[in-house]
Design a protein around this ligand. Structure first.
Ligand SMILES: N[C@@H](CCC(=O)N[C@@H](CS)C(=O)NCC(=O)O)C(=O)O
Length: 215
């Protein structure tokens, strides 16, 4: 098996890549990185000094690939499967990349800001930053709700990289800013994502770690 994924089951960006791998039953070796463990953290920083996961390593060519969307690009190119995560048509591919960016930057990142603020010590919180994150997340949810009512998946009938990005981002967003009562179409989309076997498996594998999620 040539692929190794450096990851943590609870991390939203890692879950995005797990969904992509499970969609196509791509064989890989999972390597759990524990930031709370000095040796694990140090070993990971040697691979990727930025210190953010997921990172994929392909022994075939000795390539190290960081960034969730770049990893999915790489998998699509080198390890394709039944789910075409990035459409072959250039216009559809661009729209897929745009929607992937949208879910990453305007749902996942503000969600992360709200969650990580809870981990800060007393006196070191950033209430203004959290307010801005909540406003951005709300604006993004309004846009998603408007759009997703017309389709099954982010790009229409086909499940793509944009849905890999959407699944963990919306699932965690729903925990920090519950939107079931206010954004019905987005909530129905999250239901469809949660029932997709690739994401259902990802969520199941994260369960033992959920006790570490800051409330
Ligand atoms: N742009 C990156 C974001 C990765 C990211 O933010 N990962 C988080 C976990 S979800 C992380 O590694 N956080 C650890 C830290 O900031 O110390 C991607 O798409 O992969």
């Amino acid at each position: 098996m040539s692929l190794t994924l450096y990851y943590h089951p609870l991390s939203s960006f890692c879950q995005k890549v797990l969904v992509a791998l499970y969609e196509n039953a791509t064989p890989f070796t999972p390597h759990l990185v524990d930031f709370g463990d000095t040796a694990s953290r140090k070993a990971f920083l040697e691979i990727w000094p930025v210190g953010r996961f997921p990172v994929l390593h392909d022994a075939n060519g000795d390539r190290t690939i960081p960034e969730s969307n770049i990893i999915i690009e790489y998998l699509t190119e080198h390890y394709p499967g039944k789910t075409q995560l990035i459409p072959k048509d250039p216009d559809l591919a661009r729209q897929t990349r745009f929607r992937d960016r949208f879910f990453d930057l305007y749902v996942n990142v503000p969600m992360q800001k709200i969650v990580t603020d809870r981990l800060r010590p007393e006196g070191r919180h950033d209430p203004e930053g959290v307010d801005q994150a909540r406003a951005l997340l709300k604006a993004a949810l309004d846009m998603i709700d408007e759009e997703i009512g017309k389709h099954t998946w982010a790009m229409g009938d086909s499940f793509t990289m944009a849905d890999c990005a959407a699944a963990p981002a919306l699932a965690y967003a729903n925990r920090v800013l519950p939107f079931g009562a206010t954004h019905k179409h987005a909530a129905a989309y999250l239901d469809r994502l949660t029932n997709r076997p690739s994401f259902a498996r990802t969520l199941k594998e994260a369960e033992p770690y959920q006790k570490n999620f800051p409330q």
